[in-house]
Ligand binder design. Structure first.
Ligand SMILES: NC(=O)C1=CN([C@@H]2O[C@H](COP(=O)(O)OP(=O)(O)OC[C@H]3O[C@@H](n4cnc5c(N)ncnc54)[C@H](OP(=O)(O)O)[C@@H]3O)[C@@H](O)[C@H]2O)[C@@H](O)CC1
Ligand SMILES: [K+]
Length: 472
């Protein structure tokens, strides 16, 4: 599990660590890890040209000590001080002693620029002087120290000038900004340096491969299709036939024992949709019956309210997707039952009466508030999908290629989450595991190129088999 802690949690853990370590030891650990990461990035240290941009606090201290380590190994290290009167004394002395130079303006070219402007002590966007300097150097490769300066650490908010890093070297633990967009986009690749901190449970996490392997449902030796769980899909309509097929494709990934498909309207009206579903998935059973979880909404159009009411009449977990999201409240909501809502930013904006840009700007906060308001798990679908539990916990999905932003992928995801619910996972696990598997299946289906929703669905069994082979 990749764990992210808030600034307050990190501060508390650091205080405890300071009490039992020699003065400056933590900063030296951080600086050593940073210098190693910079050396790896540079490939060669001797003769490398390095620019440090240093602010007023300990973030600048880490940066100066790392710069000193590189200068001792033969790098040419220049340093711009943004608050010369408040620069970390020890760090600056070490840099000077190692042969590093303080410059008023940066030279013409560098192999890397290091952002030591501000770390977890920062608030708000870059101030004008720092913003002007960073803006004039945007062509350089940037390494952010702990966090990219100007980006919100706890919420991942980006609301003004900030550093856009190629690599972020963070210390002690991840912070939410490293996982959650839009802030995560400003971090680039994230590298964690262990400081040996004693940390509490993390409010924000990202599942890793072995976590998903441990959570995947597996059939008991004597299982039959009903004990493995039946997932019911109420999706598709005369106008949106493909949505029914793709929802069933996600549900029929093999993680549940059986799929039921219940189209809207009479059997005559639904005949074309049924024909498509049966052609693609002859194993799916058409018609109502007992299920352990429902998936409702994709391509449902005008039938969505009727379909959602019918699903809610059964006392089983439910995935509320696409068109069903807009009729959720008129159907009485899902508070108090295991349920997953799967909106993208536009859908969540409509459901909560907030402009879409605000949802996109604060994905962590928006998903958390929606989970609390609707009383169920909310999966805000995006580049880094945010799965929020009503109690405030969050899991972020950091796998999945940008090619996954393709029509029908959401239908497959809804079906997949439904299968995991039917197999007995909690709503929180089903949503976060489903989102991870969906992203990883897309990457497996087509590692570096365009992928269709149907191909993602087809890759799910192989992806799961690989996970189970590797084991937790
Ligand atoms: N101590 C240790 O041994 C260890 C320390 N560690 C390191 O310490 C870092 C935290 O250090 P920190 O607490 O000194 O705060 P830090 O992030 O450097 O910045 C504070 C200064 O920035 C300023 N400022 C604020 N906002 C700003 C903005 N938008 N734009 C520009 N400036 C802004 C603000 O100035 P002021 O508001 O007072 O003018 C304030 O003085 C942490 O991230 C990690 O790198 C770890 O490696 C573990 C070991
Ligand atoms: K920084």
């Amino acid at each position: 599990m990749r764990r992210a802690h808030t600034v307050e949690q990190v501060r508390t853990a650091e205080e405890a660590a300071f009490a039992v370590t020699p003065d400056g030891a933590l900063m030296q650990r951080a600086a050593a890890g940073l210098a190693t990461a910079l050396a790896d990035l540079l490939g060669h240290v001797y003769g490398a040209r390095v620019l440090l941009v240093v602010g007023a606090g300990n973030n600048g201290g880490d940066t100066l000590h790392a710069g000193a380590r590189l200068a001792r190994r033969g790098a040419a290290v220049d340093c711009v001080l943004l608050s010369p009167d408040r620069t970390h004394h020890g760090g600056l002395a070490a840099l000077r002693a190692a042969g590093g130079r303080v410059v008023q303006t940066p030279g013409p070219s560098y192999d890397v620029a290091v952002d030591g402007i501000v770390g977890i002590g920062g608030s708000g966007p870059l101030r004008p002087e720092a913003a002007a300097l960073v803006g004039s150097l945007s062509h350089l490769t940037w390494v952010a120290v702990d966090t990219p300066s100007g980006v919100g650490v706890d919420g991942g908010l980006v609301d003004g000038p900030h550093v856009a890093a190629d690599l972020t070297v963070t210390f002690g633990t991840h912070k939410p900004v490293h996982l959650v967009d839009p802030g995560a986009r400003a971090c680039g690749v994230v590298h964690l340096v262990d400081l040996g901190l004693d940390l509490p449970p993390a409010p924000v996490e990202a599942l890793q491969e072995h976590d998903v392997a441990a959570l995947l449902p597996q059939p008991a030796p004597a299982a039959h299709k009903y004990t493995r769980g039946v997932v019911g899909v109420r999706a598709g309509s005369a106008d949106y036939r493909g949505a029914g097929v793709l929802s069933v494709s996600g549900a029929a990934c093999g993680l549940a024992g059986m799929v039921r498909f219940v189209p809207a309207g009479s059997l005559e009206e639904a005949a074309p949709v049924i024909a498509l579903v049966q052609a693609a998935h002859p194993e799916a059973v058409v018609g109502t019956g007992r299920v352990q979880a429902w998936v409702v909404g994709s391509g449902g159009g005008d039938s969505s309210a009727e379909q959602l009411r019918a699903a809610l009449a059964d006392d089983v977990p439910v995935v509320v997707d696409a068109d069903a999201l807009s009729v959720l409240e008129e159907c009485g909501g899902v508070a108090g039952r295991p349920a997953v809502l799967t909106p993208h930013a536009g859908e969540l904006a409509r459901m909560t009466g907030v402009p879409r840009e605000e949802v996109e700007a604060d994905q962590l906060g928006s998903a958390r508030r929606a989970a609390a308001r609707f009383g169920c798990v909310v999966m805000l679908k995006s580049r880094h999908t945010v799965v929020a539990h009503p109690d405030g916990r969050v899991r972020v999905t950091t796998v999945g290629p940008p090619w996954l932003a393709t029509a029908g992928a959401g239908d497959v995801l809804g079906g997949l989450v439904g299968a995991l619910l039917a197999a007995g996972l909690s709503a929180y696990d089903a949503a976060s595991v489903g989102s991870w598997v969906h992203g990883a299946a897309a990457a497996l289906a087509r590692p570096e190129g365009p992928v269709s929703a149907a191909e993602v669905a087809r890759a799910i069994p192989e992806l799961c088999a690989r996970l189970l082979r590797e084991g937790p």
